[in-house]
Design a protein around this ligand. Structure first.
Ligand SMILES: C[S@@+](CC[C@H](N)C(=O)[O-])C[C@H]1O[C@@H](n2cnc3c(N)ncnc32)[C@H](O)[C@@H]1O
Length: 248
């Protein structure tokens, strides 16, 4: 449903340059765990390339050939070795296990059906080495914000960016919330003055509510051992921006 959004990997990186506290968090977690690393929904490698540059053996799996091509280009440019693989995080078999598996930046929320989430967790479990850990982050749904998604197209000033090929690119988004499905159905519009709407792409993101999250994890054969509410590891609470989950 959101494949078109990820078929513009170079623009994705300009819009979301990465770096910051999330990279620091996953780098520290990979260090703490030690051993091999698998990222599901690795995109263009915002987190995995820095982790691999610390000397870890890394595999990145993603659905999108465009995102993987950009990831490979950046890793090669930096002289960093990562094994990039095209696949679906709902069901995969890499025929080996990993000490640290992670899914970040709401990538998990591209799975809309409970069965798909459980199937993903089961696949993760099969790929975890004894004593291994699985860490993921998803946003903490705020019902007021979800209910405010009214389908009106609005400009997101904070996401506008400079494209060396096109010039200044503006970003508009319209969103509605499909409550029974727990999915926010968005359309993203990228425009320049001379090329309005040169990209129009759907992006559909599920919400996972705090009470259902541990159940989905346990149905996948994993156990939630810690839930933080932000990148500083504050305990998860009602106003936390994130559900940052550690599983065994
Ligand atoms: C928001 S991006 C995050 C990329 C990266 N993890 C980061 O932190 O920048 C979400 C990624 O998940 C990938 N994705 C979505 N559904 C997937 C699936 N079923 N299996 C594997 N990757 C998927 C998309 O192609 C995209 O690259």
């Amino acid at each position: 449903m959101s494949e078109a959004f990820y078929s513009h990997a170079r623009l994705y990186d300009l819009m979301f340059p990465g770096g910051g506290t999330a990279v620091d968090f996953y780098r520290a977690e990979a260090d703490r765990q030690g051993g091999s690393v698998l990222e599901l929904g690795c995109g263009t490698g915002h987190k995995l390339i820095p982790i691999a540059s610390d000397g870890r053996s890394c595999v990145g799996l993603d659905f999108s050939s465009d995102m993987l091509a950009e990831a490979r280009r950046k890793a090669d440019e930096r002289g960093v070795a990562v094994e990039w693989m095209q696949g679906d995080m709902r069901a995969f078999d890499l025929e080996r296990t990993f000490d640290f598996v992670f899914i970040t930046a709401n990538s998990l929320l591209h799975l809309h059906e409970a069965d798909d989430l459980v199937s993903c967790f089961r696949s993760v479990r099969r790929h975890l080495a004894p004593g291994g850990r699985f860490v993921f982050d998803v946003f903490n749904p705020n019902v007021r914000l979800l209910a405010g998604a009214d389908g009106v197209r609005r400009t997101r000033e904070s996401l506008s960016f400079m494209d060396p090929d096109r010039g200044n690119v503006g970003v508009d988004v319209s969103e509605i919330y499909d409550a029974p499905a727990q999915v926010t159905r968005g359309t993203w519009y990228l425009s320049t003055d001379s090329e309005p709407d040169f990209v129009v792409a759907p992006l559909h993101i599920r919400s996972i509510f705090p009470q259902e999250l541990p159940l989905l994890i346990s149905l996948g054969g994993l156990r939630l051992t810690e839930r933080f509410g932000d990148w500083t590891r504050r305990p998860f609470g009602v106003d936390s921006p994130l559900q940052l989950c550690v599983c065994e």
